[in-house]
Design a protein around this ligand. Structure first.
Ligand code: FES
Length: 350
């Protein structure tokens, strides 16, 4: 817990949010959501989707009035809503507020905003581009976190996880999947965008590495590989003596990517490192000799009897299914870390 008033001398048009029982206050500029503002101040306010779907940014409104971008009732159960819970990503304070959180508000790296140049764009798979940005200002981040990329010409902001640890030249790498109807990904896939400038904000997110001796179970769905790869590549020394099972779930063979980088990691690993690609829609007549179906079908075979810690990244249905199966196999709830990739294109109808 930390006693702090953040933005004490800020102009009076800002409103104050006090977190009950934690000695924390932060200022919210008019028109900004509670979540945006908390993250801006480097507070680790729980969140995931930022679009009102996942419910992870829930807080209890103790006093004060808010307006909502979309009703919190959409992302919360009826019971929670009736008990006064609201969503931080949808709540704009109309007056000073007191709120309550179910967990202690930790500290995060304070996000920065900077202009960044697209310095490289390369095809990693038929629908995945590796995007390299060179920011004007250095951006510090923890492996597993993500940044928001805004291209103002298209009035679009998208979130992407860092796909490599910090680079010596300060460049930042991301994996961008082509989303049907996606404004940003569609633009990126439409031509060579190197030399274009975008606005970068970050880092955000609480997904990241945890020290343990347990077997690391990594489950990546599609470009969910990016933060997992980033975490694995950032591990050093004795951390690389941990056994790793990396389940990589995609639809077809042509969707598998970055296999050379994974193989390079395997060669450098001290412990056992096994990559298990699983294809869910590979034609039955193809030459594929590997696993087929859903990643969850293979957990028992590889993990039974092992003490595991899991890192799950990808589309919410896959992450939810993986979590359910791991719990069934006896993995402790507190040893499962998840990053759900929400489709903001669908959520914002852009
Ligand atoms: S509902 Fe707010 S972060 Fe998901």
């Amino acid at each position: 817990m930390f006693e702090k008033i953040i933005g004490l001398f800020a102009p009076s048009r800002e409103l104050t949010v006090s977190v009950r029982g934690q000695g924390v206050e932060f200022k919210v500029p008019r028109g900004q959501t509670i979540l945006e503002s908390a993250l801006h101040h480097g507070l680790a306010f729980p969140h995931d989707c930022k679009v009102g779907s996942c419910g992870s940014c829930k807080y209890k409104l103790v006093s004060g009035k808010i307006s909502e971008l979309a009703s919190s009732a959409m992302g919360l159960s009826g019971d929670l809503y009736q008990s006064g819970y609201r969503l931080g990503c949808q709540s704009i304070p109309k007056e000073d507020l007191e709120i309550e959180l179910d967990s202690e508000l930790g500290r995060a790296i304070v996000p920065e905003e900077t202009i960044a140049l697209i310095s490289e764009q390369k095809t990693l798979a038929h629908d995945v581009i590796g995007l390299t940005l060179m920011p004007e200002k250095p951006i510090a981040f923890n492996p597993g976190q993500y940044a928001d990329i805004e291209y103002t010409e298209l009035s679009v902001v998208r979130s992407y996880s860092f796909s490599t640890p910090a680079q010596a030249d300060g460049s930042l790498n991301f994996h961008v999947r082509l989303v049907p109807g996606g404004v940003f990904s569609g633009w990126l896939f439409g031509g060579d965008r190197t030399g274009t400038t975008v606005t970068l904000r970050g880092p955000y997110g609480q997904f990241g590495f945890h020290e343990s001796d347990d077997v690391m179970v990594c489950v990546a769905g599609g470009t969910g590989l990016a933060p997992i790869k980033c975490i694995l590549e950032s591990m050093t020394g004795t951390q690389r003596e941990r056994d790793v099972f990396l389940f990589f779930g995609v639809r077809q063979q042509r969707d598998l990517y970055c296999l050379e980088q994974i193989q390079a990691l395997q060669r450098d690993w001290g412990g056992h490192f096994e990559l298990i690609p699983v294809l869910s829609e590979e034609p039955a007549t193809s030459s594929w000799k590997g696993k087929r179906g859903m990643v969850t079908e293979y957990f028992q075979e590889y993990l039974q009897g092992r003490s595991c810690e899991a890192y799950l990244c990808g589309p919410p249905p896959m992450v939810d299914a993986a979590e359910t199966e791991l719990l069934r196999l006896g993995v402790a709830h507190g040893s499962i870390y998840a990053d759900r990739f929400y489709n903001r294109t669908a959520a914002t109808a852009q």
